[in-house]
Design a protein around this ligand. Structure first.
Ligand code: KIV
Length: 274
């Protein structure tokens, strides 16, 4: 049975496992491995579509990938990541969140931002859309934050994040992603709010963790931040397999008889006779 938002909220402190997935096979593998939540993140812009940032990602691309992930993981709780400017107004947010849930089968959406995101979160929650917040390093506004840098290092910015977390909880978020913040700050936030925090580059004290699929399995070679742990080198294994295939085609050892289909001798003779 699929997990509900209420169950996720009750899992505060239970070490939730969230992983991004962007298509049928990755979502299927994540579901088979037993993750609690799949995030179809707009990080797909970088790790799947080859953009330099998440800014160019469109709603159409997000819906296309979320639908595929849903087909791969029909029973898993899926969060669709609202792309840049898809929730700039309450009207846009409602329309686009509706598309995520009705067209692509998402169970929830994620929006980036602190106090400025509160009106949009309130409108979504009022309309019945489960919302996951996202604080700290928010990639859609990374440029304004000075790049992909640790956030909340000084007292003023740490306080801003702490206050924003409380405001997002009041606005009705069921959980909050904390990205690239000092571990002690993530711990304090996790202690202060009653909804689950899900960390990435936020240390071990959050209520859950999230990683990007391609980082975890070694499929993205763009850059590997300090907080990423590569659990396997699938990219190397896949490249070696392709090189092996190419070599066998070139030397004529693939396909072998085991990969080929025969034809009745008589039929063949007659065909040659023609
Ligand atoms: O887009 C994404 O994958 C994310 C995660 C890194 C939290 O926002």
């Amino acid at each position: 049975m699929k997990t509900t938002v209420l169950e996720l909220k009750r899992k505060k402190g239970a070490r939730l496992v969230m992983l991004t997935a962007y298509d049928y096979p990755s979502a299927r593998l994540a579901a088979e491995a037993g993750v609690d939540v799949i995030l179809v993140g707009d990080s797909l812009g970088m790790v799947v579509l080859g953009y330099e940032t998440t800014i160019p990602v469109t709603m159409e691309e997000m819906l296309h990938h979320t639908s595929a992930a849903r087909r791969g993981a029909p029973e898993t709780f899926i969060v669709g990541d609202m792309p840049f400017l898809s929730y700039a107004t309450r009207e846009d947010a409602l329309a686009n969140a509706g598309r995520f849930m009705k067209q692509a089968g998402a169970d929830s959406v994620k929006v980036e931002g602190g106090l400025e995101a509160v009106p949009v979160v309130e409108a979504l929650v009022r309309a019945g859309v489960p919302v996951l917040g996202h604080l700290g390093l928010t990639p859609q506004t990374a440029s304004a934050l000075g790049g992909y840098k640790l956030q909340g290092k000084d007292e003023a910015s740490a306080r801003r994040i702490l206050e924003a977390a409380a405001a997002l909880e009041r606005a009705g978020c069921w959980g909050i992603v904390l990205e690239l913040v000092p571990a002690p700050l993530a711990r304090l936030i996790s202690e202060r709010i009653a909804i689950p925090t899900i960390g990435i580059g936020a240390g071990p004290h959050t209520d859950g963790q999230v990683l990007v699929f391609h980082d975890l399995v070694g499929l993205f070679s763009g850059f590997t931040p300090k907080f990423v742990k590569r659990y396997t080198e699938a990219g190397t294994a896949i490249r070696d397999a392709i090189a092996h295939y190419a070599a066998e085609v070139r030397e004529g050892t693939f396909p072998a008889d085991a990969h080929s289909f025969g034809l009745n001798e008589e039929v063949l003779k007659r065909l040659y006779g023609d």
